[in-house]
Design a protein around this ligand. Sequence first.
Ligand SMILES: CC(C)[C@H](C(=O)O)[C@@H](O)C(=O)O
Ligand code: SF4
Length: 451
Amino acid sequence: MRAAAGEPDLLYIDLQLCHEVTSPQAFEGLRMAGRQVRRPDLTIATEDHNTPTIDIKKPIADIVSRTQVDTLRRNAKEFGLRIHSLGDRDQGVVHIIGPQLGITQPGMTIVCGDSHTSTHGAFGALAFGIGTSEVEHVLATQTLMQAKPKTMAVTVEGELPPDVTAKDIVLALISKVGTGGGQGYIAEYRGSAIRDLSMEGRMTICNMSIEWGAKAGMIAPDETTFAYLKGRPHAPEGADWDAAMEYWQTLHTDDDAVFDTEVYIDATKLTPFVTWGTNPGQGVGLDASVPDPEEFEDEVAKASARRALEYMGLTAGTPMRGISVDTVFLGSCTNGRIEDLRLAAGIIKGHKVADGVRMLVVPGSARVREQAMAEGLDEIFLQAGAEWREAGCSMCLGMNPDQLAPGERSASTSNRNFEGRQGKGGRTHLVSPAVAAATAVTGHLAAPSDL
Ligand SMILES: CC(C)[C@H](C(=O)O)[C@@H](O)C(=O)O
Ligand code: SF4
């Protein structure tokens, strides 16, 4: 890093991830300026947003999607970049493949033209999303200018009650601090409840940092982190591993560190959390009811809740469990990892997806899919009547064929419930994989304990 008075810092970037949506103009910019990619070895591309999750051997039907994906392939070839294309064993959602390959490591600076790059902060990496002009800057120079953000500690203490997962922690946090609560901050998630989470759970939380406005979210690397990384294709080996460990073990906050802001959450009081509105902060416990907008004190929150209920087709006072869904989506870079699939499969096993409900199970990467199949999870989902798909962003956002029809309602393990996010007119309730599985069985928002 280079720092000078009155200037933003200049960061060296250890890893840039690319996908088809936000990279075309960046490569075009390089071409027009006659530049090369500075460090092709520190740049890796995958196809995820525009890719279909069935018939992946056929050409992509939608012309815009096909052009995006073809353009990424051409750019990767021209600039000498590693790319994991549809059908490749290492293809998948950009934020799933980095950790899975062991490319994401503690202490790194990681960027991608994608807001959920914060996911990688779960390893104690400084990881955040950047805009397309910044993507071009990093491609050309391997550096990025950044103003120093403020720091926030999000401390989650205590043991999680049954049926409560990492997703519920982060949904509860966002409804507490609001979607703008983290603006200008980098957050450290800490406390016993965070330390007790698996890497998958930690990634779920860091993934949604951007949904409450934080620039990035980080978790101090510990034995859980090291155990996850050990033996992965790109993890260091032998003496390199020992040297890396020596460094990684220093990457924790000093005991006497002072944060600009602190937030505290009592994990023992959490319940499964679900959203009722059209931003990730409009959530309540599953035991609660759809709130009454007139009871919000803040005028902006009141207006936004009124509009959200109208769009969502909901009436204040309706118990959350009384909300029926048409679709359940299990997947995305928030909850499309093996642990998420295992958890949902364990709940759905021996049950059937409710009549009239479709359940899409979309592994976050081809490797997650492979592993799930090796464990027989695909069979469990198929026997329950769910659809077992190929890897990709899928119904997390309406950029590929997996979409909600207007007016359709989903319980979705993804991270955004904005109007039209899963298809024009679609209505999204954000939930954990456990709630998704129980909801698929009952046909209305539910927890595993309801089965
Ligand atoms: C398409 C991409 C730019 C976008 C993002 O930045 O997050 C997408 O991944 C999303 O989740 O909305
Ligand atoms: S899975 Fe969803 S949130 Fe993640 S990168 Fe894809 S579209 Fe964005």
